[in-house]
Design a binder for this molecule. Structure first.
Ligand code: SF4
Length: 229
């Protein structure tokens, strides 16, 4: 971008820096989408959360029973608010006021709902999806159960390969999630994974989708913004 005005050239470069960062993330996002398609997932790159919300809502049939995993990304997109306005039955175990039994039943319902909404802990440039759970309702639903899965990830979730995905989960995603949830774990205190043996350890079940599993219907949206943890 040329600076035709009298603007300070460093200010112009600072503005350019933002554009360049967005451009790089877009290139990575589109590359991940191509790789996901090669691995038989339905995948699309969208620029922003508004477009992502519109595309997700198009993929949810009327009267579908919708499950949602513990996903900050999905809540940032405002999809649940829109579904609630439409009167959709949502299995959301983060709703306030639920008893432990209700929460367990909702987690089980995730495995048999019509549409399950989740984010990914990491998406590799090889087109693989990686998620680590403490309980496994999200990881389980990703493999088998719901009629349709919709997985959304911001460009911040894109990593080069599986090793980087595992590192992202232990070094970035989990410490932030457990800090947010106020769970007493070493990574929530130090900010670093200590490969803990805590009874509350969050990292217990990891699912890698290297190709779309047979009989599944999985849509992945990569959004050109930073979303979730
Ligand atoms: S293994 Fe333990 S310390 Fe490491 S990220 Fe998981 S919960 Fe945190």
């Amino acid at each position: 971008m040329e600076n035709n005005s009298n603007e300070n050239p460093y200010l112009t470069r600072l503005k350019n820096m933002k554009n360049i960062n967005s451009w790089l993330m877009e290139q990575r996002g589109k590359k991940a989408v191509e790789a996901l398609k090669k691995n038989a997932f339905e995948a699309v790159y969208v620029n922003d959360t508004k477009t992502a919300r519109t595309e997700i809502l198009k993929l949810i049939p009327k009267d579908a029973k919708v499950g949602v995993g513990g996903s900050m990304t999905m809540r940032q997109l405002g999809v649940l608010d829109e579904l609630e306005k439409m009167g959709t039955l949502i299995y959301d175990h983060w709703k306030p006021g639920l008893s432990p039994e209700d929460v367990l039943n909702i987690r089980k319902a995730h495995l048999t709902c019509d549409v399950f909404l989740a984010s990914a802990n990491a998406v590799t440039l090889e087109g693989m999806l990686v998620n680590t759970d403490g309980i496994g309702n999200r990881a389980g639903a990703m493999m088998f159960g719901p009629n349709r899965m919709i997985i959304v990830a911001g460009v911040n979730k894109i990593v080069n390969d599986l090793q980087s995905a595992f590192r992202r989960i232990k070094e970035i995603a989990t410490p932030r999630v457990v800090k947010d949830m106020g769970i007493d774990l070493p990574c929530a205190t130090t900010g670093f994974c200590m490969d803990c043996n805590s009874p509350m350890r969050a990292c217990r079940a990891t699912v890698i989708l290297e190709r779309r599993p047979f009989l599944s219907d999985i849509h992945v949206l990569i959004v050109g913004e930073d979303l979730g943890f």
